[in-house]
Design a protein around this ligand. Structure first.
Ligand SMILES: Nc1ncnc2c1ncn2[C@@H]1O[C@H](COP(=O)(O)OP(=O)(O)OP(=O)(O)O)[C@@H](O)[C@H]1O
Ligand SMILES: [Mg+2]
Length: 590
């Protein structure tokens, strides 16, 4: 959703709220520091007039004390504003990162299909810093430099009302071109940040897909793809710099006009004796001093515009609503683990056809149900509904008779263990990867789980045993070993409902047998839903559910279904005919 400038500013400012007191202190420092600027020309005036023209000795002796006092206040307030503003800035960056992380933790897994990790990462790093720039450097500059300009203008008016008035009129004129440049910077800023996101995603693919790129010989193609994005980013940056580089020269040109005028008018009046030299030099100094804060202020506008672009990209993420949430008044978790689907359909967002359509199914407590069907039949979709990774478009799912939507999410999920096809291990020790399954697991429990998962022996053979990091040994662990670690994690969770999605796909026979042993341990006494790919492994299932095009076409036991000569026996024949022709792995159906 497009947000107006005002809304974005307001939201950006809301990040300052927790630091009100610090910010006010910083503001005070800025005021003091800024207004001390106005004192500089006045001191110079008195030095010139009292010491040099009038030879006032008392004033000369007083001068060091005045100067030291003045500088101390100036130094203290400068330190205060610089340090406090940076501190607030870093705190805000931390808060925004935390807010993003919190949002990402709430979003359903399906969200991450839409956005690449690299793009997210670029938002989490460079966009966050741009927003910090608005809130701290830019606001600081606006406040401090406005106060400096104000103080200097007051001093100028005090020294010479007529010239001072001219200066007041000249300032706004100088701002006009700067504002126009700022608008351009914002557009370019958004383009630049988007391009960085795309570029990072491409780089990520080059790294993760390195095998695919090499084997298909597409290095040139990848290079060209990267180069064209890189070029686009480069053009955006160059345009941005052009706009930015124009700001200072335009200001310097305007300043030189102002100063020439002052010298012409002021010099004449000194020659005619209507003004002291001290007055004139002091006035000239205040116009000179005006230039620095003015220049900073003009630059701020452009960096604010870029920061706003960064903020928009952050808010895009922060505004993602977790479509799946716990109800406000959840019902108590029922004791029964009986699952039921009643007329359930699901359509993926943006898709036209139903991935699963009008499915009704009862899964009794302690029962082992196998889902079979060709690829795309809707098996994974169906099991994603149970832990509420997705919610049905139509129909309801119940646990022990209670609608899943009426249960607290974490309570529902505490009942379910899941072992998926793609084993995900954290970049941490094997011990911690297993212990992830239970928050307060003891070492004995972790070891027992590893043993039950048939993982203990190979873990003990690793150089650092349970303390081996999966990151360092990640490539050394085979697919089967990784899966057994995941199974140990699920065993440790000890949840009554177990979901296995193609848990033994892509394994060789020996690994599969080991994983199967581990799974048998896991399945014992639990309500199990397994997506089976080798029909031989589900012979002992209590119920086999055969899916086709998103619907259930047959339900029954292995033997009954085989006799029926329907879809199941067709799948069976398919698997075993290919078995005859080649080896067993070719006989995998999904
Ligand atoms: N994120 C998604 N967005 C849109 N459509 C999807 C998405 N995921 C799956 N589908 C579609 O939903 C249908 C069912 O997919 P599903 O993943 O449930 O099949 P499956 O039975 O698990 O297949 P496989 O055995 O290959 O894993 C398919 O037509 C698929 O293209
Ligand atoms: Mg699947």
């Amino acid at each position: 959703m497009e947000q107006t400038n005002f809304q974005i500013y307001k939201r950006v400012f809301s990040f300052l709220k927790p630091y009100k007191a610090l910010f006010l202190t910083a503001l005070l420092c800025m005021m003091v520091f800024g207004s001390s600027d106005g004192g500089i020309p006045v001191i110079v005036k008195y030095v010139l007039d009292r010491v040099f023209s009038e030879q006032d000795k008392t004033f000369l002796y007083l001068l060091p004390a005045i100067l030291i006092g003045f500088s101390t206040i100036r130094a203290a307030s400068e330190f205060g504003q610089l340090f406090l503003i940076s501190k607030i800035g870093h705190n805000i960056v931390r808060d925004i990162r935390a807010a993003m992380n919190r949002t990402l933790l709430q979003l359903p897994p399906s969200y991450f299909i839409k956005i690449s990790p690299a793009d997210l990462l670029s938002r989490l790093t460079s966009d966050v810093i741009m927003v910090r720039t608005i809130l701290t450097d830019s606001i600081a500059s606006i406040l401090r430099d406005s106060v400096r300009i104000l103080a200097l203008i007051i001093t100028a008016l005090y020294l010479d009302p007529i010239l001072g008035s001219i200066a007041i009129i000249a300032v706004p004129v100088g701002i006009v071109p700067v504002i126009r440049l700022g608008k351009k910077m914002r557009r370019l800023g958004r383009q630049g940040q988007d391009a960085i996101g795309i570029l990072s995603s491409l780089l990520q693919e080059t790294i993760l897909g390195s095998r695919v790129v090499r084997i298909f010989g597409r290095e040139k193609f990848e290079e060209a793809r990267f180069d064209s994005e890189n070029e686009r980013l480069n053009r955006t940056f160059v345009k941005t710099e052009k706009a930015r580089a124009l700001v200072t020269p335009i200001n310097e040109l305007l300043a030189s006009l102002a100063i020439s005028g002052v010298i012409l008018y002021g010099g004449t009046s000194v020659m005619h004796g209507t003004r002291t030299q001290g007055d004139f030099i002091a006035f000239l100094l205040s116009v000179f001093l005006l230039y620095d804060p003015f220049k900073r202020l003009s630059k701020v506008h452009t960096s604010i515009q870029q920061g706003i672009a960064g903020a928009e990209r952050l808010f895009d993420i922060l505004d993602e609503k977790p479509q799946i949430e716990s109800p406000v008044n959840p019902l108590p978790l029922p004791d029964s683990n009986k699952l039921e689907l009643k007329n359930v359909s699901f359509i993926y967002p943006g898709s036209e056809h139903k991935a699963i359509s009008n499915i009704s199914l009862k899964i009794e407590e302690g029962e082992k149900t196998a889902l079979v069907g060709l690829s795309g039949a809707g098996k994974s979709t169906l099991i994603d509904l149970i832990p509420r990774f997705i919610d049905p478009t139509e129909g309801v799912l119940t646990l022990g008779g209670v609608n899943l939507k009426d249960l607290k999410l974490e309570e529902l999920r505490s009942r379910i263990a899941l072992v998926g096809q793609h084993t995900f291990l954290f970049n941490d020790t094997i011990y911690n990867n297993i212990a992830y399954g239970k928050e307060d697991a003891t070492r004995d429990e972790v070891i027992a789980a590893a043993k039950a998962a048939f993982a203990y022996d190979f873990i003990m053979q690793l150089r650092n045993g349970f303390d081996t990091n999966t990151g360092e040994a990640g490539f050394a662990l085979s697919g089967g070993e990784r899966q057994r670690i995941a199974i140990a994690r699920a065993i440790l969770k000890d949840a009554p409902i177990l979901i296995l999605d193609e848990a033994t796909a892509s394994l060789d026979n020996k690994s599969e047998r080991e994983v199967q042993f581990a799974l048998q341990k896991l399945v014992e006494g639990r309500t199990t839903i397994v997506i089976a790919h080798r029909l031989s492994t589900i012979r002992n299932a209590d119920k086999i559910v055969v899916m086709k095009n998103g619907t259930i076409v047959e339900i029954g036991t292995h033997d009954v279904l085989l006799k029926q000569e329907g879809e199941f026996s067709r799948l069976y024949a398919l698997q075993f005919s290919s078995l005859d022709e080649s080896n067993e792995t070719a006989g995998t159906i999904r």
